[in-house]
Design a binder for this molecule. Structure first.
Ligand SMILES: Nc1ncnc2c1ncn2[C@@H]1O[C@H](COP(=O)(O)OP(=O)(O)OP(=O)(O)O)[C@@H](O)[C@H]1O
Ligand SMILES: [Mg+2]
Length: 258
């Protein structure tokens, strides 16, 4: 059995008296697409925040490729190959589309180094290689024709794809997507699902997906981890999760409370 790429080991996160995450453990193997699901407020985004270093866990261990990443800065975690997108779009609307993606490619380069490296021949070659790769990503995400447009002029769906292009520019081994199809219509959501599957192959990435769109999650993921009120209540292949009584109960309970 191949070793885990990401191991989340009994992480907890408290906000005052609230246990947003309580003893949550799961792992992702290289090449897997894993879904992290659960009703609103279950702790999914908190889990992303803790894994990506945006906030630290109150307790527990997180290992990426067998090395602990707890306490590392988000940029250091990106350098290790663990890159996430945010639940809301995070683009620079006034910069061009290609500039946004280039920013993703240099996400882990210290600003102090950028000036000096751009003045050497080797650096200019590297820069042009990066630009080519960013253009290839834009092509894969059907955004190449918009590369010189202001990012803020893209459609909502285009901005969400740009968010993925920015994340991919940092060359992730594990891509964490937080509700990538939220706000998209059913057709756009299905397109996005196909896109993720394609990128999984062409970019050779593993994926951790948070999403409420059940058809997408069930069709895309090899395995699902279900959270409810900060605790893991189930884990398994999509067919098992669909038939799991506590999962059905958690979602029904959430509907009744709404
Ligand atoms: N920074 C914070 N400070 C205080 N409480 C927080 C903070 N972030 C999240 N919470 C609380 O932690 C719980 C889990 O929130 P989280 O955003 O992780 O849920 P989620 O599963 O991503 O929900 P959704 O599906 O609505 O995005 C919620 O009760 C939320 O109000
Ligand atoms: Mg969330």
């Amino acid at each position: 059995m191949s070793a885990a790429l990401l191991e989340v080991d009994a992480i907890s996160r408290r906000f005052g008296g609230l246990n947003a995450l309580k003893d949550v453990s799961f792992s992702i193997k290289t090449g897997e697409i894993v879904g992290l699901i659960g009703p609103n407020g279950a702790g999914k985004t908190t889990c992303f925040n803790v894994v990506s270093g945006v906030m630290s866990p109150s307790s527990g261990a997180i290992r990426f490729e067998q090395r602990s990443i707890v306490g590392k800065k988000p940029s250091a975690i990106v350098s290790e190959g663990l890159v996430r997108t945010f639940q809301a779009t995070t683009i620079f609307p006034d910069a061009t589309v290609i500039e946004n993606v280039m920013r993703g490619a240099f996400a882990t380069t210290p600003v102090s180094m950028l000036g000096s490296i751009f003045n050497t021949r080797a650096a200019r070659t590297a820069l042009s290689a990066t630009r080519s790769r960013c253009e290839l990503l834009l092509e894969r995400l059907s955004l190449l024709q918009f590369r010189q447009r202001r990012a803020g002029e893209l459609s909502y769906g285009g901005q969400r794809r740009l968010g993925v292009a920015i994340a991919l520019a940092a060359r992730p081994k594990l891509l964490m997507l937080d509700e990538p199809v939220a706000g998209l219509n059913p057709e756009e959501a299905a397109d996005f699902g196909r896109l993720i599957k394609e990128l999984h192959k062409t970019e050779n990435i593993s994926v951790l997906l948070v999403e409420h769109h059940m058809r997408l999650v069930m069709g895309l993921c090899d395995r699902l981890v279900v959270l409810d009120h900060g605790e893991k209540i189930a884990e398994g292949v999509p067919a098992e999760i669909r038939a799991n009584r506590s999962v059905i109960q958690a979602y029904l309970g959430a509907e009744e409370a709404a």
